[in-house]
Ligand binder design. Structure first.
Ligand code: GLU
Length: 472
């Protein structure tokens, strides 16, 4: 595997872009504009940690301004560098375009190991980072809206919100300056599990396509399929959960300290609890330990879900991967060299920038909720329930039959916020899957699904530029 500092992530994104650009009719100047990162902000700021002053390095990159605001997560990790943030910002642009989320792409990161700091120190770092963004006008509900990413979560988003609100008092839409917030701080129900659920909806839709499944030598549907998930963070955990609930068998789980397998199936909640108790995924009762964490990637299975970091499957280990389908839940887990291997082997790679778009899709719902200042379902829930109740009683009266209490509960139920969020996400993921597959079918010389996804995205961003009147 290439050492992280040797791997050029932004170049890999550019490479995929260039392959796809050939399948569009856009002007070379437009393509060049789409490719570039529009604004790059690298900052250093001091934070007092204990009795020492630490100089912290951080970034925010806005890849595209073809729509406002820009949108993308903030990563806390020692591996954060400019190349990585640029690549991830670019992927956000394409991701938003594919799922029709009207934002430009962005990404931020702080080069720290969050495990080395106390919550108080992390709060100081996060708040100072937010102040730096405010100073340079790099954050705001109509400018640039961060969200969680690797190493951050609801807690960090709440700190960002509070810092923003205290420095911009009276700004009526301030809540929309960041997404992925706790529910009590303007978050939306369903955001936490959104990326994992979106991965499940996307793969399920592919599995429901008989022609695609036939080529892969598998039956249709998710039920009964064997799944391996690498990474038991928020995305991997929820992906495993929804696959298990959807009737698949999760036979392998990997974390950085090791991997485990059980051909009868693993329950992610039990594994998570075991890891919390013992500090490791290994030695889970009933499962077999694998020698190395990366061994899980090479297990024989129907669907492999890399859900951790970039560059985990590359030219070196791709030939040993035995999955029939790979669903990229992480950003950039496969290198372009790995893509080439899988095209030759006939393995279907379902690409990151659409498959893990569930997070930003529900972030969009959260942002809309913040701008409208009302919870989803508040206006219509009772109305729907009253109407359903009326219809049901009419049916019962006319037919002389009564439905069971359990059925009644289901029929009468008006949509809650989480129902609407799930439904919006399901529709988005199904729609995007079909659009990409249709594009691929219309142009069979497109080599893989990633290229088809890029073609869809590039065309949408190119059209937006044309509509802005920037290009004749
Ligand atoms: N960090 C997530 C991603 O890479 C979510 C971004 C967002 O919600 O803005 O897609």
């Amino acid at each position: 595997m290439a050492a992280p500092n040797e791997y050029k992530f932004f170049e890999a994104v550019e490479k995929s872009f260039d392959i796809a650009a050939k399948f569009t009719n856009l002007d070379p100047g437009v393509l060049e504009q789409i490719k570039q990162c529009n604004s790059v902000y690298r900052m250093y700021f001091p934070v007092k940690i204990g009795d020492k002053i630490e100089v912290i390095k951080a970034y925010r990159v806005q890849h595209s301004h073809h729509k406002s605001p820009c949108k993308g997560g903030i990563r806390f990790s020692l591996s954060v560098n400019l190349d990585e943030v640029m690549a991830l910002a670019a992927l956000m642009t394409y991701k938003c375009a594919i799922v029709n989320v009207p934002f430009g792409g962005a990404k931020g990161g702080i080069t720290i190991d969050p495990k080395k700091y106390t919550p108080y120190e992390l709060e100081k770092i996060t708040r100072r980072y937010t102040s730096e963004l405010i100073k340079k006008n790099f954050i705001g509900p109509g400018i640039d809206v961060p969200a969680p990413d690797y190493g951050t979560g609801e807690r960090e988003m709440a700190w960002i919100l509070d810092t923003y609100m205290s420095m911009r008092p009276g700004e009526i839409d301030a809540m929309g300056c960041v997404t992925g917030k706790p529910i009590t701080q303007g978050g939306v129900r369903g955001r936490r599990e959104a990326t994992g659920l979106g991965v499940f909806y996307g793969i399920r839709e592919v599995c429901n396509m008989p022609d695609v499944m036939e080529k892969l030598g598998m039956g249709t549907g998710v039920e009964g399929k064997t799944v391996v998930v690498q990474g038991l963070g928020n995305v991997g955990f929820h992906a495993a959960k929804f696959f298990r609930e959807g009737g698949a068998r999760v036979i392998g789980l990997a974390e950085y300290e090791g991997a485990i397998m059980n051909l009868d199936g693993l329950h992610e909640e039990e594994v998570f609890a075991h890891r919390k108790k013992t500090g490791s995924i290994l030695n889970f009762p009933g499962a077999t330990n694998l020698a190395q964490s990366t061994d899980a990637l090479e297990m024989e299975c129907d669907i492999l879900i890399p859900a951790a970091l970039e560059n985990v499957i590359n030219g070196a280990n791709a030939p040993r991967v035995r999955a029939k389908m790979i669903g990229e839940a992480a950003n950039g887990p496969l290198t372009p060299e790995a893509d080439e291997v899988f095209v030759k082997k006939g393995v279907l790679v379902v690409p990151d920038m659409y498959l893990n778009a569930g997070g930003v899709t529900v972030s969009y719902f959260e942002w809309l909720k913040n701008l409208s200042h009302v919870r989803y379902g508040r206006m219509e829930k009772r109305f729907t329930e009253n109407m359903n109740s009326h219809i049901l009683s009419q049916i019962e009266e006319l037919t002389g039959k009564t439905v069971s209490d359990k059925e009644k509960e289901f029929i009468l139920h008006g949509a809650d916020e989480v129902d609407l969020v799930y439904s919006g996400l399901e529709e988005t993921m199904i729609g995007a899957t079909r659009e990409i597959m249709d594009c691929w079918k219309k142009n069979p010389s497109i080599p893989d699904m990633r290229t088809a996804a890029y073609v869809v995205a590039i065309n949408k961003v190119g059209t937006a530029y044309a509509e802005l009147g920037i290009f004749p």
